[in-house]
Design a protein around this ligand. Sequence first.
Ligand code: DGL
Length: 283
Amino acid sequence: MKETTKITSGPIGIFDSGYGGLTILREIQQAMPQYDYIYLGDNARAPYGTRSFDIVYQFTLEAVKYLFDQGCQLVILACNTASAKALRTIQQNDLPGIDPSRRVLGIIRPTVELLGNLSQNGNIGILGTPGTVQSRSYDMETAKLHPSFNVYSQACPMWVPLVENNEADAPGADYFVKKYIDALFTQQADIDTVILACTHYPILFDKIRQFTPDTAQVITQGEIIAHSLRDYLNLHPEMDERCTRGGNTRYLTTENADKFTEMASLFLNRPIYATQISLKHNA
Ligand code: DGL
């Protein structure tokens, strides 16, 4: 049997199916540059948004275990689809057996917590992947925290492929951006707050803003998650002490490292270097 020494401190792990979580990471790094981070994008198996509950759960668990093996004590699922389909099961069923002192946090609850400050009329639009929309996670969390609010959701299956294939700025993207926004506002014209409930969507922000009625604000999650993580670490000094502070970030991808390096540098507006890893043996 393999001897294992328990690791008790390490970088904060940030996981996404692909590049989208970089929109969360960059806000977290800006708010808290002192910590070490490991970003893991499962680009080889993205998109997750059209995959079944079981597959998203299995892939996400593999990623969490990998990040734990790298020493991460705290992992953020910077992916709404993984937060919607895998977070609860990992927290309730897997974590107790793996290491009950480690934490995995998602990004749906902190986003919904803020809705009360954002919306005046309580009509909320959610734009997300088919997986996030079908899970009804935003509807359920909103019903708990803001029972008088109405949630209108629209799945946008073409948006992640546009981003992952670096076509977000192409003129052809306009058609698909307008199509899903029109479909959302056909459900309810009086939405005053639209949440981009997929971490890939901020890359399409300018186009989304262009086709959204001026009466609605368009909200991205990066800053919300950065503030919520800061609050979490303030409230949990025992976890804060276990997050190492060296100001370094490692970038890992399950796809080709050169491709990730090139795309991620575009997302972050600065050069980064990625390493390719494999998650399969971790299943
Ligand atoms: N970025 C992910 C999210 O926030 C999903 C993208 C995908 O479909 O893989 O939902």
